[in-house]
Design a protein around this ligand. Structure first.
Ligand code: NDP
Length: 475
């Protein structure tokens, strides 16, 4: 009886709120509608320089043994001209174009052609058709979660080729690394441009599109929220997971194979990088359904940032440690190797447990136990574009009581471990931790700005209850 009355009161409250306060807040919690000068400047900078940054890192390894300063010194002292460096850079080849086209086509086939069967026999794995979060327009998309299956099939074929068939050398990725970079760029630009045109002329869901009126901002940050072709080919899920993340572990394996070919052994640092990043990648696919609830899918629109980023930035810069170790085969002493392993695993544990706690809490609507106790939380509400008022909860127990983004802290610890595996001779392998620190700090601020617009005063109550972002007592 009491429950019935509560439900009725809630219904009435919802109806009243729909009439009273919808227009004020509707649509305010998605991507920005207005572009400030700082965002525009950052976007123009990235559009102009991000491809050059990727080229600079890869070229430094190929031509300067991974020294980031030598190319600059050569240019500044007039020892070399830009044209000298450019002329020594491998061009796009038919072979690379063939490999890349085959790779992307195969991943598209695995994504749309083979429905998930892993969830039928792997206990605890969530795959098959799953629902994403409510979009700002109030849409709930369905996704075919089959990334783990695609990863397994791809890797089984890779190992079958390396050990039995020998159709191609496992060093194939390293051997074509720069020609493949041109292919990745072509795809990255093509898909971002297509997404922009599609947003204007044939969007999947017009109500979830955002036009700021600034061409560069829209190109970079995307117009469409969830662009799709047909019912199932989702741009965000495909491009972020495959070809980028499936490739990540293959790229590392190819680098390890190159070490073996060049030096007759694979160093412990290379094994550490392969294992730690392998765990991270497998974790991603094991939890692909959870990934539907992360910022990339839930809040970011699909533009150059995701399209080009997934095709070029991710596979080329996230794998710098393995590339570096081909040129500098570091053999770590046992204490150093153990330290890296412990830091990497601890970081991974924190990253996974923090994400798991939020996922469990949200999935069970708070009816779960966090660290053996009933979770504590803050009740909050928000309104979608169509004026519907939704109720939600913000967890303040477990790692979420320590800091508001402790999952990022774990991620950063793991990222640092990959870098430390490369020793201390060069700064190039440390790019990853610098980049991840900037990315996750910025993400943290971006997410909080969005959550503040979405939840209003409820968010303020939450930040008062959990005052720090990444490090308890510090930041
Ligand atoms: P989160 O998984 O932390 O998701 C943030 C969202 O969770 C918020 O927008 C909010 O969404 C909700 N939320 C925030 N606080 C709470 C709370 N206390 N209780 C319940 N829900 C809350 O962030 P990301 O999606 O950015 O990251 C997911 C993981 O991916 C992280 O571990 C991160 O480290 C990793 N990552 C890795 C990257 C890489 O390149 N390697 C890049 C980006 C992320 P809502 O609107 O639903 O309330």
């Amino acid at each position: 009886m009491a429950a019935h009355q509560e439900k009725k009161v809630a219904e009435e409250r919802k109806h009243q709120n729909m009439q009273n306060d919808t227009k004020a807040s509707q649509g305010q919690w998605g991507r920005a509608w207005e572009v400030d000068w700082f965002s525009l400047a950052s976007i123009l900078f990235l559009l102009m320089f991000a491809p050059l940054i990727v080229y600079y890192f890869i070229m430094s390894c190929a031509q300067y043994q991974c020294s980031l300063t030598d190319p600059l010194l050569d240019l500044l002292t007039g020892n070399k001209h830009l044209s000298d460096i450019w002329n020594r850079t491998p061009t796009l080849t038919y072979r690379a174009a063939g490999i890349y086209s085959l790779w992307v086509t195969f991943q598209v086939f695995l994504y749309v052609g083979i429905p998930d069967f892993c969830h039928k026999f792997l206990p605890g794995y969530v795959g098959g058709v799953q629902e994403g979060a409510v979009t700002p327009a109030g849409v709930v998309n369905k996704y075919e979660i089959n990334g783990l299956q695609a990863w397994i099939i791809t890797h089984v074929l890779w190992f079958a080729n390396a050990s039995c068939f020998h159709f191609f050398s496992p060093t194939i990725i390293f051997d074509n690394w720069i020609p493949l970079l041109w292919c990745a760029n072509i795809l990255g630009y093509a898909v971002s441009t297509f997404a922009m045109i599609k947003g204007y002329f044939f969007p999947t869901n017009a109500e979830d599109c955002k036009f700021t009126g600034n061409f560069f901002y829209d190109y970079m940050m995307g117009i469409e929220f969830n662009p799709r072709i047909g019912k199932w080919f989702d741009f965000k899920l495909f491009f972020n997971g495959r070809p980028g993340i499936v490739a990540w572990t293959l790229i590392n394996l190819s680098f390890a194979a190159k070490q073996q070919e060049l030096y007759g052994e694979v160093t412990n640092s290379m094994i550490l990088v392969n294992v730690l990043q392998g765990i991270y990648v497998l974790d991603f696919f094991w939890n692909e359904a959870w990934y539907l609830k992360t910022i990339d899918i839930c809040h970011d629109h699909f533009g150059w940032y995701l399209g080009w980023g997934d095709c070029v930035w991710l596979p080329y810069l996230y794998t710098l440690q393995g590339l570096y170790l081909v040129y500098h085969p570091v053999q770590l002493c046992t204490a150093h190797a153990l330290g890296v392993l412990v830091l990497g695993l601890l970081g991974y544990y924190i990253f996974r447990m923090t994400n798991h706690q939020k996922d469990l809490f949200r999935r069970t609507n708070g009816n779960c136990r966090i660290w053996g106790k009933k979770p504590q939380y803050i009740e909050c509400s928000y309104t979608s574009v169509d004026g519907t008022k939704y109720y939600s909860k913000l967890l303040t127990s477990g790692f979420w009581g320590w800091a508001r983004h402790f999952n990022y802290t774990g991620d950063l610890m793991g990222s640092l471990a990959y870098c430390l595996a490369c020793g201390f001779e060069h700064i190039l392998p440390y790019f990853y931790i610098v980049y991840m620190t900037i990315l996750l700090t910025h993400r943290c601020l971006r997410d909080e700005h969005r959550c503040c617009s979405k939840y209003g005063k409820d968010w303020k109550r939450y930040t008062a209850a959990v005052p720090h972002r990444l490090l308890p007592g510090i930041f």
